[in-house]
Design a protein around this ligand. Sequence first.
Ligand SMILES: O=C(O)c1cc(=O)[nH]c(=O)n1[C@@H]1O[C@H](COP(=O)(O)O)[C@@H](O)[C@H]1O
Length: 238
Amino acid sequence: MTDALKPIIVALDFPDQGAALTMADRLDPDTCRVKVGKELFTRAGPAVVEALQSRGFEVFLDLKFHDIPNTTASAVKAAAELGVWMVNVHASGGRRMMQAAREILDKQADCQTLLIAVTVLTSMEQVDLEDIGIAVEPVQQVQRLAKLTAECGLDGVVCSAQEAGLLRQQLANSFKLITPGIRPLDADAGDQRRIMTPLEALRQGSDYLVIGRPITRAEDPAARCSQILNELQQGGFF
Ligand SMILES: O=C(O)c1cc(=O)[nH]c(=O)n1[C@@H]1O[C@H](COP(=O)(O)O)[C@@H](O)[C@H]1O
């Protein structure tokens, strides 16, 4: 499958390398990429990334770095040296932090790693923003942070698919929109708040769909992946 035909990123939210690799072995690197997040990386470290890469998977290292510019840039560099396909920071870390991360990757010869920023987490609603002193609707905050991310030269943002349509109109087509909070019609929302189906998310302009539990808790994860891809195909994609 070419890049444009491989929109699914499966979130490997597992407590250890054994569980993550057992799941990876039930997936097909030709039909999805995988995401390694905080829990798995904290337990298993770079070894799990290398094990996934050696099985043919492209890895999104989702550690959402958010620190002073120098520390964040150094962490992003370390991620790129692992050869990951994508790495992320929190856009709320600000302009200087994102610029430092961009610059350090630009200095690395042959660096292919995509650098993206998280806008407003898909688990957050307006009341959650109010709690942290942000008195605007999530969609406004997402637009503000996405514009800042683009100005800093990053490759894209993580946002809810509910905001993807608006961002697609405002930002360049090459600017990637990565959307978690994806729920097929028959799946539970769980702790997610700003959710959308896979087909509607692509229609809104998402480039990549981050999907965790609806795939990893399915009886046959690879079949679930194929089923979602078929639905996208029937909906006019690919
Ligand atoms: O950066 C992310 O991947 C992310 C950002 C966000 O705003 N919301 C969000 O859910 N995620 C991640 O996307 C995955 C969603 O998993 P499920 O809710 O199980 O589909 C989790 O690994 C989250 O950490």
